[in-house]
Design a protein around this ligand. Sequence first.
Ligand code: URA
Length: 198
Amino acid sequence: VVDSRRLAAGAPDLAALAEAQAGYEHCELKRGARNFVFADGRAGARVMVLGEAPGRDEDLQGKPFVGRAGQLLDLMFAAIGLSRASPDMERALYISNIMPWRPPGNREPEAAEMAMMMPFVERHVALADPEVLVLMGNTPCAAVLGKRGITRLRGQWTQAFGKPVLPMLHPAYLLRNPAAKRQAWADLLTLQTRLRET
Ligand code: URA
């Protein structure tokens, strides 16, 4: 962690941060992954989304949220007018994960693995400087807020890294539990209201 803190603090911009994180050698997950997955979308967007870790598709393509869950994530944000591809910064989205390497068999990253990455995540948020941060599912809530229980946390604004933070249900969870999409929709509207007010 000391090493990641020093590396992250020394990165003056996102390109330097990506390079520093990609070169971090103390995380076992790096050795099992095909690709380093840093971010997608537009840095400087009003909304930054933090997921858990790359899955199979993300590991293959080197981009976050490009598999089935990612397709649903894109539809969810498109419903409130936001997109990672938007040329209009007002409507743009920036997407990353707590963990830049795929855990074997898509297991959840361990607490110690996430702890090593947190200085990079914190610096990533500071450099991307979104107005709000969305945490997708339990794992980023555990890493960033030190709390679990997404069904309780979702839709409730909180603070982290000096930013307003909104926990939401993970799209992979919504694929398994389609009835919960109503709650995700309510949370998207909460986000939209906030963006309109500020
Ligand atoms: N799930 C995540 O949390 N992140 C991804 O990038 C893909 C699936």
